[in-house]
Design a binder for this molecule. Structure first.
Ligand SMILES: O=P(O)(O)OC[C@H]1O[C@H](OP(=O)(O)OP(=O)(O)O)[C@H](O)[C@@H]1O
Ligand code: HPA
Ligand SMILES: [Mg+2]
Length: 203
């Protein structure tokens, strides 16, 4: 029977950038740092869907101080291979954060457009404090100035998958973080660029 679904390259052949063990160790370290920084306080972790869901769930459990979580979702529109730079909120926080200590949690800080927008949005809610935690930081791609307070790993300018991060919605469930490579001839029939920001994967 003909299979019309797109074929995705197997992740097992792609280079591991950070193993499950390395990620777990780094998440523990960041959790300990946050626990020390916020001793005696409560924190609201705000994850950016969908990529940050897995990092947030691990980070929340590595933080010893009282924490709750919430999620936002954004989209950006523009020509397929170019970021419009316009980010739009499509799901806001469920609970007020005024007067609360907030940490925005991302899987990856890339051009900075998403976090720059969200930071501005969150500040309008007048939190007591606002910091940013990101699992990965790819500084070479920055289009707007943006720094995170807690960074898991800095990475070179390569497209990565796993631990929440996708390529065309695939691979989020990988336990380690890998450099996406598409050396197969089967990977036709699906959009190589992402629906939202500007990433296109050459191949
Ligand atoms: O710094 P930037 O260039 O703005 O890129 C970072 C954003 O892009 C990715 O989201 P994506 O659009 O892939 O959505 P997803 O989390 O649902 O995969 C990632 O999860 C960040 O939210
Ligand atoms: O390298 C990446 N991988 C997956 N999603 C992303 N969003 C921004 N950069 C990336
Ligand atoms: Mg994505």
């Amino acid at each position: 029977m003909a299979n019309s679904s797109p074929a995705f390259p197997r992740a097992s052949g792609m280079e591991v950038l950070f193993s499950k063990t390395q990620i777990a160790e780094r998440v523990r370290e960041i959790g300990a740092q946050i626990s020390a920084d916020y001793e005696g306080k409560s924190i609201v972790l705000i994850g950016v869907l969908k990529g940050a869901a897995i990092f947030l769930s691990d980070l929340a459990r590595a933080i010893e101080v009282n924490n709750t979580f919430d999620f936002v979702a954004v989209s950006s529109y523009g020509p397929a291979k170019m970021s419009s730079g316009i980010v739009k909120l499509i799901k806001d926080i469920d609970n007020p954060i005024e007067g609360k200590h907030v940490i925005l949690v991302e899987d990856i800080l890339d051009t900075g457009l998403t976090l720059s927008y969200l930071r501005g949005m969150m500040l309008q809610h007048k939190p007591a404090s606002l910091k940013i935690a990101t699992c990965l930081d790819k500084p070479a791609r920055r289009l707007v100035p943006m720094d995170a307070d807690y960074v898991g790993f800095q990475i070179p300018n390569q497209f990565v998958i796993g631990y929440g991060m996708d390529y065309a919605e695939q691979y989020r469930n990988l336990e380690d973080i890998r450099i996406f490579s598409d050396n197969t001839t089967q990977s036709v029939g699906f959009q190589k660029n992402r629906s939202r920001s500007s990433h296109s994967v050459e191949g």
